[in-house]
Design a protein around this ligand. Structure first.
Ligand code: HT7
Ligand code: ZN
Length: 883
């Protein structure tokens, strides 16, 4: 396999101005005719025109209307090369045959429950026709679709429908025209038996846009939340960024078989069912929130990704980091900002930090890849979003908006780079951010150490900062990065001190906001070491550092335990209140892990219990915040911070703390469950969701006691629940403890919901992630369950992905979890390499474990990499994991 490097980027030799596609859809095969107006990309180019292609049968090529003789082109399994294209502008017509019903990779044109569907990002268009399949080739498209009218009554593509009609032999056709230039990865076609929910949105300039969500008829009632989400997203983008939708039609199509969450094809977004379909009985608050976020995300791509796209795939974070940031902000504005921030930071810590510390570590703009699909990662997406957030932290909301305006003014209709975004942000704010671009090119999570000191005589409070970016594969030496550190100083009664001036780098900076005192300032930390001295500080403060998590770093400060308890109780920055609790919990978990490893008796410190009790009893804090604040850091997060990850110890300690807290706080937890019941109909709003979150978190704690009264309580909650959020939480609570009650509840739930495959996926995931003893065998058995299907990515992610995320069973000391995954990966790779490579990634951190586990996991990776006919996707991950 060939590795592709960012440094080798060259502009295309040829441009495609217009692309006219024609599809003749058939049950066995589909014929694709592509007519392209080609022009030279560089003055006087005479080089061969190389087109990508994969799994295509070439039927004919014509240049300027004349059939091209076979000695004028070459064909290999990946390319069609026109050896001597005409000089200047010319027309090219290529006819190919493809076999969508045999396509289980779910890229290119494929069938999902009988319907036709496409997925072209990143490099799937080459499975449809020969093409320069790269994002900097932007063209205007038309698409004519022809097919049987009964089998495929709905024919959709990008842009506007300009013609449709009946044809002989029971067929019909539709002709679509997209007036906007686009790269081929945004092309889409959908055909089949679908019905739609229709609504409309009037844009800020008064244009009426028709909105349609297409699903199989029986699912239409479940699309109302998605439609609500879409209209909210359209309104929000106008209000916050002044961005208006640019066509008169916006379609969303729901398909059960899809490799990722959703796809932002121009005016024809495609979604996997889980991210559109919801009803209170069958979807949880988490599902509702995910739908809002992802509908927003794909819609926001219309400007950040589609109107302005990426020059090459290395720039992926240009559109994905920015669009994730936008969807995070959208969800924050519609819900609770602190809670959303906590959720996003937790995700970053649980998934991105481990990636950044492992063999697959890469900068948000990778330097090379074998298979681009492997770089749709939490680093490119979530860390990328944090990098965008830092511009906003530096320039403020209005400075950020100015930067966005300039970005669109300069680059609408273009395929650009991350430097172009940086330049727009800086130019719009007359700023320069030294060492900021390092975020795009250096991998690894920086660690920032902070030590503080106070001088009573001079009333000066000093923060000394130093940074260290760890070595990562291929990058042993690192440069300092620009790190914005938001800081507030809290006085002894828990109030923020006004900040008046700071001395750093030989300069004094006066702090004020138009004469008003300020309470949080952003330190611009850009060297290996720097000292910042706050003047006029009348007493020794407790510093509240990295407020709102102002940079994606690991912070290592000299705050004492009592400082942290003080911040947990008093910080005006709610994020940092939560953070203080998490740091305390981590410290506690580490010390108990050490005790466990030395076979000491475990005991919980009373200050910790008291701290959480105070939070739990608070009547002023947001309920969802309370739920998050009493939740312990995940096992993965703790293992990630150990020199040798010990899943057994971490699991034992986390289980111990949970149980002990439940025991000591039982009355408060029971009170929280009881007082947060509600008989009101389900509503998707923050208050009701927060209430359910708190109730469910408390129920989970209580169930860990495995006592008859709480089992009874959980069973009652399960039986009386009127929505999936509460029903599923009660089921999860009951299923913590092995035994008949667990088995009966799981069976009852399956019997209730077996007709709804999205609910059945949850049922798979719940069992897959369980840490009850002997779970490898359970999961193995579930593979053969009639409701499981290896060809459906959602089911694979629930069962196999869920299993890999559970430290206890996956890392079973006898290697049974590893062996199970090894076998599944090889089976999956034959069906769907993209999904298989996501699963094989679970092995990538094998070096973090003890020697026995290392040997067992390594053996599986070696077995995988030596298998015949392995895909490039899986090969790349296995190779890098073993390196
Ligand atoms: N931009 C979309 C990415 C995507 C994708 C990538 C590779 C293979 C299949 C895929 N399906 C969707 C989704 C997004 O981030 O908005
Ligand atoms: Zn995206």
């Amino acid at each position: 396999p060939k590795e592709i490097f960012l440094k080798d980027y060259k502009k295309p030799d040829y441009l495609f101005d217009t692309v006219d596609l024609e599809f003749q859809l058939g049950d066995e095969k589909t014929m694709v005719t592509s007519k392209i107006a080609v022009s030279p990309g560089n003055e006087g180019t005479s080089s061969p025109l190389a087109l990508h292609g994969c799994d295509l049968k070439l039927l004919s090529i014509k240049i300027n209307g004349t059939e091209l003789k076979s000695d004028k082109y070459t064909v290999d399994p990946r390319h069609l090369t026109i050896l001597t294209p005409p000089a200047g502008v010319f027309n090219m017509e290529i006819v190919t045959e493809i076999y969508p019903q045999l396509n289980t990779s779910l890229e290119g044109l494929y069938r999902s429950t009988g319907n036709f569907c496409t997925q072209c990002e990143a490099e799937g268009f080459r499975k449809i026709t020969y093409f320069q399949d790269r994002p900097d080739v932007m063209a205007k498209y038309t698409c004519r679709i022809e097919g049987d009218k009964t089998l495929y009554p709905v024919l959709l593509s990008n842009g506007n429908l300009i013609e449709q009609g009946d044809l002989e032999g029971g067929k019909h056709y539709a002709l679509w025209e997209d007036p906007f230039k686009k790269p081929c990865y945004l092309f889409a076609l959908v055909a089949g038996q679908l019905e739609c929910r229709e609504d409309s949105f009037v844009t800020c300039s008064g244009r009426k846009v028709t909105l349609r969500i297409w699903t199989p008829a029986q699912d239409l009632p479940k699309t109302s939340h998605a439609m609500y989400s879409l209209k909210e997203a359209m309104k929000w983008d106008e209000e916050v960024f002044g961005l208006e939708y640019d066509l008169d039609l916006f379609n969303i199509v729901v398909v059960p078989d899809f490799n990722m969450g959703a796809m932002e094809n121009k005016s024809l977004n495609v979604f996997q069912s889980r991210l559109v379909l919801a009803s209170p009985e069958a979807a949880t608050d988490g599902d509702y929130a995910a739908i809002l976020g992802v509908i927003g995300h794909e819609y926001f791509h219309n400007w950040t990704g589609n109107r302005v796209t990426c020059r090459d795939w290395f720039q992926l974070t240009l559109k994905e980091g920015l669009t994730v940031f936008r969807d995070q902000e959208f969800s924050s504005d519609l819900g609770c900002r602190t809670v959303k921030r906590i959720a996003d930071v937790s995700k970053l810590r649980s998934y991105q930090f481990p990636q950044d510390a492992g063999p697959m570590a890469h900068p948000i703009r990778p330097l090379s890849y074998i298979k681009m699909d492997n770089f749709y990662t939490v680093t490119v997406y979530e860390k990328g979003a944090e990098v965008v957030r830092m511009y906003k932290t530096m320039f403020g909301a209005s400075g950020f908006r100015k930067g966005m305006d300039l970005y669109f003014q300069r680059h609408d209709g273009q395929a650009v780079t991350c430097e172009d975004f940086y330049a727009a942000m800086c130019d719009a704010n007359n700023a320069h951010l030294p060492n900021f671009l390092q975020w795009y090119s250096q991998a690894g999570t920086p660690t920032v150490k902070v030590t503080s000191s106070y001088d009573e005589g001079s009333q000066a409070f000093s923060l000394k900062l130093s940074q260290e970016v760890p070595p990562t594969p291929g990058q042993l030496m690192k440069e300092p990065m620009f790190i914005p550190v938001a800081v507030g100083l809290v006085d002894s009664i828990g109030k923020d001190m006004p900040l008046t001036s700071i001395y750093s780098d030989g300069m004094v900076q006066t702090l004020s906001n138009d004469g008003h005192p300020i309470f949080t300032t952003v330190l611009q930390f850009k060297k290996k070491e720097e000292e910042f001295i706050f003047n006029n500080v009348p007493e020794r403060p407790v510093p509240s550092l990295l407020r709102g998590y102002s940079a994606p770093i690991r912070l290592d400060s000299d705050l004492t335990e009592s400082d942290l308890y003080f911040l947990l109780a008093n910080d005006s920055d709610e994020f940092n209140r939560w953070e203080a609790g998490q740091i305390l919990a981590r410290k506690l978990m580490f010390s108990l892990v050490a005790d466990f490893q030395q076979q000491k008796t475990l005991a919980l410190n009373t200050k910790f219990v008291d701290g959480l009790r105070a939070i739990l009893r608070s009547t002023s804090l947001d309920k969802e915040f309370i739920a998050k604040a009493i939740t312990l850091p995940g096992q993965g997060e703790i293992m990630d911070m150990m020199s040798i990850a010990d899943p057994d110890a971490v699991h034992a300690v986390r289980t111990f703390i949970k149980k002990e807290l439940a025991f000591q706080l039982k009355d408060d937890l029971l009170a929280a469950v009881t007082s947060n019941r509600s008989s009101e109909a389900y509503a998707f709003n923050h208050d009701s969701m927060a209430r359910r979150a708190l109730k469910n978190t408390c129920l989970a704690y209580l169930a860990s006691l495995n006592e008859p009264d709480v089992t009874e309580l959980a069973l009652n909650e399960y039986k009386s629940a009127t929505n999936m959020t509460e029903q599923f939480a009660a089921l999860a609570a009951l299923s913590q403890n092995p035994g008949q009650v667990r088995e009966d509840a799981l069976l009852d739930f399956y019997n209730k919901w077996q007709q709804d495959y999205l609910v059945v996926s949850k049922w798979f995931a719940l069992q897959a992630t369980s840490d009850i003893p002997g779970n490898v065998a359970n999961v193995q058995k579930l593979l053969a369950h009639p409701a499981f299907d290896m060809r459906n990515p959602n089911k694979v992610y629930s069962l196999i992905g869920g299993f890999c995320g559970s430290p206890v069973s996956f890392h079973a000391k006898d290697g049974s979890g590893y062996k199970f995954l090894g076998e599944v990966v090889l089976q999956l790779d034959k069906i769907n390499p993209q999904v298989a490579s996501r699963m094989v990634s679970a092995f990538s951190r094998w070096r973090r474990y003890d020697e026995t586990r290392q040997a067992l996991a390594k053996a599986q990776l070696e077995m995988i990499i030596s298998a015949n006919g392995l895909s490039e996707n899986v090969y790349e991950i296995a190779l890098k994991s073993l390196a």
